[in-house]
Design a protein around this ligand. Sequence first.
Ligand code: FES
Length: 106
Amino acid sequence: MPLVRLCAASDVPVGEARRFETPDGPVAVVNLGEAGFRAVGAICSHAHYFLDEGEVDVDEETIECPKHGSTFDLNTGRPRTLPATLPVPAYQVKLENDDVMIEVDE
Ligand code: FES
C-alpha cells in the first residue's frame, strides 16, 4: 500500500488534531504526545461533521465529534458512544524523520 505524507510532526500540537486531504478523503491526524500520532477518517460516521474540530482526549486516546458528541477510538476508529454506530477508517501511521505518513489503498 502506498505511503502518503500528510504533514510534519510539528504541524500538529500535542492534544490536538489537524485535517489533511488524502486520496482516501480527509484524514484527521492526532498528536497524543508520548503515545505518538494517530490518523482516522476526518468525517464523522453519523453526519457530515469534521472530527478534527472536536476535543482530543490524550489519556483515553479518543476524539469527540463536535456536533453530537460521539467519541471515537483513535486506534480502531470505532465509536465508543452514541449516536454514531459505525466506525471511521483508522490508518497505520508511520513517522519518518519529521514526516507523518499513512498507508492508503490505491
Ligand atoms: S455528526 Fe458526529 S455524532 Fe453526529
